[in-house]
Write a protein that binds this ligand. Structure first.
Ligand code: ANZ
Length: 805
C-alpha cells in the first residue's frame, strides 16, 4: 500500500457514494425506518464554522451506524435561507439577497460535502425558493382558516436596529437577539399565530419526550404555568356611593388565595379596560391619564424589573370591596401589573409578596400578616404556613385554606400561562410574503389557492424605513390589482423566518411534492424525527414553534402524532484555542476548509468527536488534532505493514478479546451519544494492534466496519485495498462474542480483620476456595498470617475476602 493520501481517497469515495446514491432513503421500504436530523443551517456569508460539523458528524455517525444495523435511514440536509443578514448585505453591498443567498448555499454545500456526510441530497430544501415557500404560505392560510392566525393591534417589541418588530422569544434581556439594540414598545397592527391555544399541551407533553432536562426546563419556564385562582372584587364609589353599574367587578388572578385576608389594596394595569370605563367617576383623571401615557413606552421587562423603584397612582373616586370580609380598599394603577398577564389586575398583599411590600412602603399602605412566619421578623414572608388574622380560616394550612377560601367566595380555580401568541409578521423584505390581500375598504382576504406561491417582488427598495420594503414595489401593486381588481393590495409584511423552519422537517419526507405539503403515506412512514441534534440556543424559538406547528398540523388533519422530535441532543459550543468564543473580531476563528485540506475530512470528523462529550463546551486544540491524525496514519500503517511482513497466521488471545471489547463498546457508545469514548476505545485497540501485530483479516475487517461511521473514507479505502468489493457502508454491523468481552480477571481486595492488606487477581468465576488459596499466597498477607490461626473467612463475591484472625 502507498502513503495515506487522504486528499485523493476522500475525493474518490465522496464521488462514489454520490454516483451510486448509496445514501438515498427509500420511501415505503419494508425495513424499519429511522429519521436522523440536524438543525439545518442558515447559510451565512462567513461559510461553515467548526461548530457546524460537530453536530453533523454526530448525526452522520448515527445514520451510518443505523443503516449498517439494517434500518432504512432518512438523513437530509437543507438551508434555512430567508433572513435578515442577506438583506442587510443587500443594503450594504447592493447585491440582491437571492444572489448572495445562492452563493452562500453553494459554499456551504461544498464545505459540507467535503466532509463526507451521508446526506440524501435529493431531498435538499431551500426555504427561500417558491417551491418551498408556497407551502409556508399554505400553512399560513390553513392556520388562518382555523382561527390560528390573526391580525391585531398590539403593543409589540420594536427593534430600531433591524427596523422591524420581534417576537417575545427574540428579545433577550430587553435587547434584540440579532443586533443587540435596546427593544422598545410600539402599538402596531401585526400578525400572530395562536400558540397560546396549545400552552397546556406544550407544557405537559414535555414530560413524554427524551430531551435534555435543561431544554425542557427552559421551555417550561417560558410557557410559565401558574396554578392559582380568579377572585372577583366588587367596586364602589367613595363614601359608599355606588358606581353606576352594580355589576362592575375587578377580577384578579392570584397564586395565593390563602392570603385574601391580607389584601390591603388592588392594582390595575394602567391599560385595564375598567380604568377608561370609569373615567367619569375618577376624580384625578388627568394624573391617571398622564401615567397611562408614560407606561406606554415601557417594555414588560422594564416594568417587571425587580430593581426598579415601584410607581403608581391611586385612583380617587372608587374603591374595591374584598369579597371575604367586605372591607373597602383603595385601587391603584401601577406599571408593575402587566396588561397581558392573568386578568391585568392584582390583589395587593404587602405582607407576603415582595413587589407588593415595596409598593406599600412607598405609598404607605397597611401591611397585614395573615400567614404565620412573617410577623416574627417584621419582613415580607413569601412562604406558606398556618393562617392567622383570617377569621374562620385561622390555623388552617395554606394548601388547604387556598381551596376553602376560593370555594367560600365563589372564586374560580385557574391555570395561567405566561406564553404569549407568536408574533410572525416582519417589516422586512427577505422572507415569505404573507398571503393576504386587502380590498379597497381595507378588509382582509386570503390570497386564492391558485395564486400561490405569492412571489416576492424584486423591484423593491431594501433600505429599511420602518415600513415594509414590499410597499415600495410597483410590480406588487399592479399584480394585486390585476388579480383582484382596482384598489386591492397585498399585505406587505413578510413572515418571520422561524415560520419557515418550524415545518421543514415535515417537508423532507417528500420535498419535491408539488401537490401537497407531503404525501400522507410518506409522512406516516418517516415521521416523527427519531433523533434530532442541534444547538441549545433554540430552546424557546425553533423548538417551541416546531412543537406548536406539529400539534396544529395534527389538529388540521395532516399528521397523526403529537411531538416532532422524539429524542433531542445538543452539541456543545466549540471555543477557540484561547478558550474564548470564536469570533471574526478576535481573529480566532478556525476555518474547516483549512483543516480538511491539511489533515483530511476523516481527521476533522474524528477530532471534533474526540474533543470531549458531545454536549460539553470545549476549546479547539491544534495539538490534539495532530494526535487524531496520527491515529489514522497508524491504522493505515498497520495494514501497509502486512504487505511487507505478510498477513499474520494467528490472532493473539489478548488482541482477540480487545477486538471484541471494542466492537461492543463502540456500539454502546454510539447508542449513547458517547462518541469520544468510542474513539478512545478504538485507539487502545489500534495501539495493541501495532504492538502485537497478530490479528486475522476477519477481525481487521470488522474493525473497519466499526471505524467506518467515524472515518468513512479511510475505512472504505483500506477495505477495498484488502480486496473487498462491497462498500462498508452497505455491509452489516459486526457482532461480538459476549464471553470474549468480559474482563477475564477481576481484582479482589484482601482484608485481615477488616483492614485492607493487599489485592489478588482471580478469574471472574473463581470459587471462594480458590480465592482464599491465592490470597493467602500473596506475600504481604502471607507474612501477617504466618503463625496465626484463621478463625473465619468472609468472602464477598467478586469484591473482598476478609480473614478474621
Ligand atoms: C396575591 C399574591 C399574594 C400573589 C402573595 C403572590 C404572592 P406567577 O407565578 O408569575 O403566575 N400577578 C397576577 N397578575 C399579574 C399581572 N398581570 N402583572 C403582574 N403581576 C401579576 O405569579 C402570579 C402572581 O403574580 C399573582 O399572585 C399576583 O400576585 C401577581 F403572597 O396575588 B399574587
Amino acid at each position: 500500500m502507498n502513503k495515506y493520501n487522504f486528499i485523493d481517497i476522500e475525493k474518490k469515495w465522496q464521488q462514489r457514494w454520490r454516483d451510486r446514491k448509496v445514501f438515498a432513503a427509500e420511501d415505503f421500504s419494508i425495513k424499519s425506518k429511522k429519521y436522523i436530523l440536524d438543525m439545518f443551517p442558515y447559510p451565512s456569508g462567513a461559510g461553515l464554522h467548526v461548530g457546524h460539523p460537530e453536530g453533523y458528524t454526530a448525526t452522520d455517525i448515527i445514520a451510518r451506524y443505523l443503516r449498517m444495523k439494517g434500518f432504512n435511514v432518512l438523513h437530509p440536509m437543507g438551508w434555512d435561507a430567508f433572513g435578515l443578514p442577506a438583506e442587510n448585505y443587500a443594503i450594504k453591498k447592493n447585491i440582491p439577497p437571492w444572489k448572495s443567498t445562492s452563493e452562500n448555499i453553494a459554499t456551504f454545500k461544498r464545505q459540507i460535502q467535503s466532509l463526507g456526510f451521508s446526506y440524501d441530497w435529493d431531498r435538499e430544501i431551500n426555504t427561500s425558493t417558491p417551491d418551498y415557500y408556497k407551502w409556508t404560505q399554505r400553512i399560513f392560510l390553513e392556520l388562518f382558516s382555523h382561527g390560528l392566525a390573526y391580525k391585531k393591534k398590539a403593543k409589540v417589541n420594536w427593534c430600531n436596529g433591524c427596523q422591524t418588530v420581534l417576537a417575545n422569544e427574540q428579545v433577550i434581556g430587553g435587547k434584540c437577539d440579532r443586533c443587540d439594540s435596546v427593544v422598545t414598545q410600539r402599538d402596531l397592527e401585526q400578525w400572530f399565530f395562536k400558540i397560546t391555544d396549545y400552552a397546556e399541551e406544550l407544557f405537559n407533553a414535555l414530560d413524554n419526550i427524551d430531551w435534555p432536562e435543561s431544554i425542557k426546563l427552559v421551555q417550561k419556564n417560558w410557557i410559565g404555568k401558574s396554578e392559582g385562582a380568579q377572585i372577583s372584587f366588587g367596586v364602589t364609589g367613595d363614601n359608599g356611593v355606588a358606581v353606576l353599574d352594580k355589576n362592575f367587578k375587578i377580577d384578579v388572578f392570584t397564586t395565593r388565595p390563602d392570603t385574601l385576608f391580607g389584601v390591603t389594596y388592588i392594582v390595575l394595569a394602567p391599560e385595564h379596560t375598567l380604568v377608561k370605563k370609569l373615567k367619569d367617576r375618577i376624580k384625578n383623571w388627568q394624573e391617571i391619564e398622564a401615567y397611562i401615557h408614560e407606561t406606554r413606552t415601557k417594555t414588560d421587562i422594564q416594568r417587571t424589573d425587580l430593581n426598579k423603584e415601584k410607581s403608581g397612582i391611586k385612583i380617587v373616586g372608587i374603591k374595591a370591596i374584598n369579597p371575604i370580609n367586605k372591607e373597602e380598599i383603595p385601587i391603584f394603577i401601577a406599571d408593575y401589573v402587566l396588561e397581558n398577564y392573568g386578568t391585568a389586575a392584582i390583589m395587593g398583599v404587602p405582607a407576603h409578596d415582595v413587589r407588593d411590600w415595596e409598593f406599600s412602603q412607598k405609598y404607605d399602605l397597611p401591611i397585614r400578616f395573615v400567614i404565620d412566619g412573617g410577623i416574627k421578623t417584621g419582613q415580607v414572608y413569601t412562604g406558606t404556613g398556618e393562617l392567622m388574622n383570617s377569621g374562620e380560616f385561622n390555623g388552617i394550612d395554606s394548601s388547604v385554606a387556598k381551596l376553602k377560601i376560593v370555594e367560600k367566595i365563589g372564586g374560580k380555580i385557574k391555570t395561567q400561562y405566561r406564553l404569549r401568541d407568536w408574533l410572525i409578521s416582519r417589516q422586512r423584505y427577505w422572507g415569505a410574503p404573507i398571503p393576504i390581500v386587502y380590498d379597497p375598504e381595507g378588509n382582509l382576504h386570503p390570497v386564492k389557492e391558485e395564486h400561490l406561491p405569492l412571489l416576492l417582488p424584486e423591484d423593491v427598495d431594501f433600505n429599511p424605513k420602518g415600513t415594509s420594503p414590499l410597499g415600495s414595489s410597483e410590480e406588487y401593486k399592479l399584480r394585486a390589482e390585476k388579480l383582484y381588481g382596482k384598489g386591492w393590495h397585498f399585505e406587505i409584511d413578510t413572515m418571520d423566518t422561524f415560520v419557515c423552519s418550524s415545518w421543514y422537517f415535515l417537508r423532507f419526507c417528500d420535498s419535491k411534492n408539488e401537490r401537497e405539503f407531503f404525501d400522507q403515506k410518506k409522512a406516516s412512514y418517516w415521521l416523527p424525527v427519531d433523533i434530532y441534534i442541534g444547538g441549545a440556543e433554540h430552546a424557546v424559538l425553533h423548538l417551541l414553534y416546531s412543537r406548536f406547528l406539529t400539534k396544529a398540523f395534527r389538529d388540521m388533519g395532516h399528521l397523526k402524532f403529537d411531538e416532532p422530535f422524539l429524542k433531542l441532543r445538543n452539541q456543545g459550543m466549540i471555543l477557540a484555542e484561547d478558550g474564548r468564543k470564536m469570533s471574526k473580531s478576535l481573529g480566532n476563528v478556525i476555518n474547516p476548509d483549512e483543516i480538511v485540506s491539511k489533515y483530511g475530512a476523516d481527521t476533522m470528523r474524528l477530532y471534533e468527536m474526540f474533543m470531549g462529550p458531545l454536549e460539553a463546551t470545549k476549546p479547539w486544540s491544534t495539538k490534539n488534532i495532530l494526535g487524531v491524525h496520527r491515529f489514522l496514519e497508524k491504522i493505515w500503517a498497520v495494514v501497509s505493514d502486512w504487505e511487507k511482513i505478510g498477513k499474520p497466521s494467528e490472532t493473539s488471545d489478548e488482541l482477540l478479546r480487545q477486538f471484541h471489547k471494542t466492537f461492543k463498546r463502540v456500539t454502546e457508545d454510539i447508542e449513547n451519544f458517547k462518541f469520544n469514548t468510542a474513539i478512545s476505545t478504538m485507539m487502545i485497540l489500534v495501539n495493541l494492534m501495532v504492538k502485537k501485530k497478530q490479528f486475522s483479516e476477519n477481525l481487521l475487517h470488522d474493525f473497519l466496519l466499526v471505524l467506518s461511521p467515524f472515518a468513512p473514507h479511510l475505512a472504505e479505502e483500506i477495505s477495498e485495498q484488502l480486496g473487498s468489493d462491497e462498500m462498508l457502508c452497505l455491509q452489516e454491523w459486526p457482532k461480538w462474542d459476549e464471553t470474549l468481552t468480559r474482563e477475564d480477571k477481576i481484582k479482589i481486595g484482601i482484608q485481615i480483620n477488616g483492614i485492607i492488606k493487599g489485592n489478588v487477581f482471580v478469574s471472574i468465576d473463581a470459587e471462594e476456595k480458590d480465592v482464599s488459596e491465592l490470597a493467602r499466597q500473596e506475600q504481604g498477607v502471607k507474612n501477617i498470617l504466618s503463625g496465626k490461626g484463621i478463625k473465619r473467612i468472609i468472602y464477598v463475591r467478586g469484591k473482598i475476602i476478609n480473614f478474621v484472625v
